[in-house]
Design a binder for this molecule. Structure first.
Ligand code: RB5
Length: 147
């Protein structure tokens, strides 16, 4: 897959690990920063990753901050993005099967490396079910349009 990856200072170290881990599996990774542990602002990276996914340059996006929460809030401002901050494999699998999330936000301060890998694996490997869920996704898309 073509993946866009981004993190703030809190997520920098985990993002670096995930980039190597994903590339070793054959994914094409576009690392949009941050490129050092210096303090920075998560919305900048959320926007960069979300825009690559929304434009179709990347198939999926992966964001890392302290909790994943700020990244998910910011990424969801970009039309076409369905981002979620997740820390269980159960919710991550359902977020793909039912919600068709295209951006996963991880919290480096609450998720250790093995769990981050498991969540990412579930995010990338689980297919969207479609069917009755598409009606609901369409309703979410409608919320992006001014009434
Ligand atoms: C940075 O300290 C922290 O607020 C940020 O990484 C993230 O957790 C925000 O949601």
């Amino acid at each position: 897959m073509r993946l866009a990856l981004g993190a703030d200072h809190a997520g920098f170290e985990l993002k670096e690990h995930l980039r190597h881990w994903l590339e070793a599996q054959g994914h094409t990774v576009s690392d949009l920063g941050t490129h050092s542990p210096d303090s920075t602002d998560y919305p900048d990276y959320a926007a960069a990753v979300a825009q690559e996914v929304a434009r179709g340059v990347a198939d999926r996006g992966l964001l890392v901050c302290g909790t994943g929460v700020g990244m998910a809030i910011a990424a969801n401002k970009i039309p076409g993005i369905r981002a979620a901050a997740l820390n269980t494999t159960y919710a991550t699998e359902l977020a793909r099967r039912h919600n068709d999330i295209n951006v996963l936000a991880l919290g480096a301060r609450e998720v250790a490396v093995p769990l981050a890998e498991a969540l990412t694996k579930s995010f990338l490997a689980t297919a969207y079910e479609g069917g009755r869920h598409q009606r609901r996704i369409d309703k979410i898309s409608q919320l992006e349009r001014p009434s």
